[in-house]
Ligand binder design. Structure first.
Ligand SMILES: Cc1cc2nc3c(=O)[nH]c(=O)nc-3n(C[C@H](O)[C@H](O)[C@H](O)COP(=O)(O)O)c2cc1C
Length: 174
């Protein structure tokens, strides 16, 4: 059994969480590959082969990123992780999610805004008849003065523990 963690990230927070989730899965004996969403777009076979697909994205404007919000992020940093594609566009182009085992997380600052990219992703996946093995998990970031973000305290540990939880959920779902 194996998992694929696909993430979108502007400033690196969601990437770090995705890697920690992958570590947690692997430590719990579910080998996990972690792939940035722009690269996942060319790897439909790897996506199809994974027993568990984990999807993570940053919350933008109370939901998933759009070309407009990513352009806004670009004005805050010229060193973005995800430069081409967001999870929304990737999912729209991805065939055959019916019956697939999936889990979703997001990052969010929650301070000045509310909302959740993860809940939007969950809704899209449910419409496509994917099977969620766990509730959407949020990880907290702290907004910096320059408009970028850094992970909140304890979030990497939480992500690793959540990854291990997913391994258990996958075993019961199969
Ligand atoms: C354009 C933009 C809009 C944002 N909107 C929200 C929001 O509505 N709610 C929220 O909690 N955080 C919001 N944030 C903060 C992001 O969630 C935060 O930058 C992100 O989780 C950091 O992850 P990343 O480093 O992987 O991009 C926004 C950030 C950007 C750049």
């Amino acid at each position: 059994m194996g998992a694929l963690v696909v993430f979108e990230s502007m400033f690196g927070c969601t990437q770090s969480i995705a890697e920690a989730v992958g570590d947690g899965l692997t430590a719990a004996h579910i080998p996990a590959e972690v792939v940035e969403v722009g690269r996942a777009a060319g790897h439909d076979v790897a996506v199809a082969r994974a027993d568990l697909l984990v999807i993570g994205a940053p919350t933008h404007m109370r939901g998933m990123s759009t070309p407009r919000t990513r352009a806004l992020a670009r004005t805050r940093s010229d060193d973005l992780v995800s430069t081409d594609l967001g999870v929304h566009e990737w999912l729209d182009a991805l065939p055959g999610l019916s019956g697939r085992l999936v889990a979703v997380f997001d990052t969010r600052s929650g301070a000045r805004f509310a909302g959740s990219a993860g809940e939007r992703i969950e809704r899209l996946l449910r419409k496509r008849n994917a099977r969620l093995v766990a509730p959407v998990q949020a990880f907290g970031v702290i907004s910096k003065d320059d408009g970028t973000a850094e992970l909140g305290p304890g979030q990497l540990e939480l992500a690793k523990a959540w990854g291990a939880t997913l391994a258990g959920a996958l075993a019961s779902a199969i």
